[in-house]
Design a protein around this ligand. Structure first.
Ligand code: 6R9
Length: 648
């Protein structure tokens, strides 16, 4: 075996870090040995209207899964992210907004944030009749108003559900419908990479599908948009008259904060539900310790608020900590491939957090676009969303971090609310590609996939599960608790099953090996193969479709579709283009197929189950490893598929 190089933090870094190796070990042991004591103490980092006395009340026992943290505590998330900072930080920048246009940015202080959020909370309550428990869908560009809207919902106890602005009207309609939203907040258009997405027009199309709700429209580009009388309201008009004082609604720790839809291996996307107290504590604590955030630092997470990373690490975690958080509207390649580094230099970014797919895309352009800029403010680099390959890790470390910035490879999920497995930058010697260690309170186990037995000792390889709860854990699937239990607690009873495989090495460090289910990860975006399949079969000419992931240099995984047409339909290149556009329309551009292969026959078992294992191997160009095909109803279809494989 080749020796794995490790990268310890410098002595200077360790000296200033919140958590060094000794402290990590002490705190980790305390978090596991005395969770109630540990979390009661940690809960003091939030401001409670009523301090919780009941700390943890959890059962992972199938089928009666129930998860409660701080259940008799009361707090308001927006008061924690804003009000409590006003005495000391009113003039400190809360949000640095960097527009898609490199010439435009602005700084929003905590006082300004407070005024905007209070006003909007009043608009929601008084003009639009939104009250505690109502659902509000956000379909927005990366503009400060997106953060205002999240916090305004939190302030009055409304539950937000953000739909990524890259999703199609069809996908938006399903999500508006899924939570019976009382309001959609959007903008006229979303500029990204020099192009404008017509958000309001998409909302109009979505509401034509799912039925009307009220709409609040932020003016971003000033484009002329349709405004339906009585249904659509102009943000700036209503805000102009709103008061800057809206008392924060006291919320129980277990009251819902937000819903966020995410893809699973089966069925339609699930509405992951997070609650107020545990989630905020988890987001705040991980933000401080994992990025080693110190007062006065400028922190930048390049995600979109449409994903969980944007929720926890652009808005809630940083603002709960009184941090300065950068919000970027654009893309890494506009106006050129040096944009990330130009922004780092311009705003003197100290912690930078992005996805491996972005690193790989930028790495392809060599070191020059990075070296043009002064990145000396950088202290910590982070990655999230998918496994990072060692080449990309090394490039990030050498070219971006100049070998002086610890890299935190953070493994977590929409479901986990925040970081779960990650090195802490002052505590651990990192290894390229390893998620390393559990965060405080996290109890990972490696299970043998078929028996479900825990594998003790090192090294170990199997599926990754959690043996106990942590405060940031999702509480349920919105409106479908049975689905929650079935998805996460049924395959391995008594454990939370994450859906990922992992390896624990000789030193006890964890490496995430990728999904073990039918979820694929395209440019860090999670997608169920079943979703793409159902979009394809919704086309009138398609009779059957099977979708698998295959290795892709930049995206991590690409989307490979096998398609069978209806009797009598012609297999043409034009139809392939049509199907590609169809999927983009049904789901959004992120689901655009990378390869479509005509498959007049699909490999099926005698009981009619599609053998995806075989389709995966063909897409991966790995025919030697097809395994046993004798159980197929018609083994000859495999040869046909190999002969007609689409070259990638
Ligand atoms: C935060 C986020 C979750 C899935 C997860 C896993 C993959 C995320 C990773 C990683 C390896 C990392 N994933 N971070 N795999 N190393 N550091 O991405 O949430 O969109 O719900 O995706 O992403 O497969 O199960 P989400």
């Amino acid at each position: 075996m080749t020796e794995i190089k490790t990268y310890p933090p410098s002595a200077d870094f360790v000296k200033n870090a919140h958590i060094d190796a000794t402290k990590y070990n002490e705190m980790y042991a305390a978090s596991i040995n005395d969770p109630d004591g540990f979390w009661a103490k940690q809960a003091e980092r939030l401001t409670w209207a009523k301090t919780p006395t009941k700390i943890k009340n959890v059962s992972f026992a199938h089928p009666d899964v129930s998860i409660k943290w701080f259940e008799d505590g009361e707090l308001n998330v927006s008061a924690n992210c804003i009000d409590r900072h006003l005495d000391t930080r009113a003039d400190q920048t809360a949000i640095i907004w960097e527009s898609d246009d490199p010439g435009i940015s602005k700084h929003i202080t905590y006082l300004e944030l407070s005024e905007q959020v209070n006003k909007l909370a009043n608009v929601l309550k008084n003009d639009l009749g939104i009250s505690k428990g109502d659902r509000v869908v956000l379909y927005m560009p990366m503009i400060p108003e997106a953060a205002y809207a999240m916090l305004a919902c939190a302030r009055i106890g409304a539950i937000h559900s953000i739909v990524f602005a890259g999703f199609s009207p069809e996908a938006l309609a399903a999500r508006v419908d899924g939570c019976a939203a009382a309001l959609v907040i959007t903008a006229d258009e979303a500029p990204r990479g020099g192009r404008n997405t017509p958000l309001k027009a998409n909302v109009d199309k979505a509401l034509a599908i799912c039925g009307d709700t009220q709409v609040l429209v932020v003016e971003r580009t000033g484009a002329d948009v349709n405004m339906q009388d009585g249904r659509d309201h102009a943000y700036h008009t209503l805000m102009a008259h709103a008061s800057t004082d809206c008392p924060a609604e006291p919320m129980n720790a277990e009251d819902a904060l937000f819903i966020l839809y995410t893809s699973g291996s089966t069925g339609a996307p699930k509405g992951v539900l997070h609650t107020s107290g545990g989630y905020l504590l988890w987001a705040a604590m991980t933000h401080e310790y994992v990025f080693d955030y110190h007062d006065g630092d400028v922190y930048w997470c390049t995600a979109d608020v449409g994903w969980v990373t944007g929720h926890s690490y652009i808005v809630y975690g940083p603002l709960a900590n009184g941090a300065t958080t950068l919000m970027f509207e654009g893309v890494p390649t506009y106006p050129d491939v040096g944009r990330f580094w130009a922004v780092c230099e311009k705003h003197k970014v100290n912690q930078f957090y992005t996805a491996p797919t972005a690193i790989r895309a930028l790495m392809a352009h060599g070191p020059e676009p990075v070296e043009k800029y002064d990145l000396s403010a950088l202290k910590v680099l982070g990655t999230v969303g998918e496994p990072i390959n060692p080449e990309a890790w090394n490039w990030y470390n050498d070219v971006v971090g100049k070998g002086t910035c610890p890299i935190v490879d953070t493994w977590w999920q929409t479901e986990t609310g925040g970081h779960m497995m990650t090195p802490l930058p002052g505590a651990h010697a990192t290894k390229p590609g390893a998620a390393m260690k559990p965060f405080f309170g996290v109890l990972p186990v490696v299970l043998e996939p078929t028996s479900g037995e825990e594998i003790h000792g090192n090294p170990a390889e199997g599926v990754l599960c959690m043996k106990d709860s942590w405060p940031g854990q999702m509480r349920t699937v919105y409106g479908d608790h049975d689905r929650f239990v079935k998805t996460y607690f049924s395959d391995y009873k008594g454990y939370y099953f994450a859906g990922d495989g992992c390896r624990r090495d000789e030193d006890g460090d964890y490496w995430i090996t990728g999904r073990v289910d039918d979820v694929i990860n395209v440019s860090g975006h999670r997608m169920g193969t079943a979703e793409v399949e159902s979009a394809l079969v919704a086309h009138p000419k398609v009779s059957e479709a099977a979708v698998v992931g295959f290795p892709h240099d930049i995206k991590g995984q690409g989307i490979y579709c096998y398609v069978t047409l209806m009797e009598g339909e012609e297999y043409t290149d034009e139809l392939k283009t049509e199907l590609r556009n169809w999927v983009r329309k049904e789901i959004g551009p992120i689901a655009s197929p990378d390869a479509i292969q005509w498959a007049p026959g699909l490999p099926k078992t005698r009981s009619g189950k599609i053998m995806r294992r075989i389709l995966r191997k063909i897409a991966e160009n790995d025919y030697g490893a097809l395994g046993d095909t004798s159980t197929l109803a018609d083994p000859s279809v495999v040869d046909d598929l190999i002969a007609n494989r689409v070259q990638k």
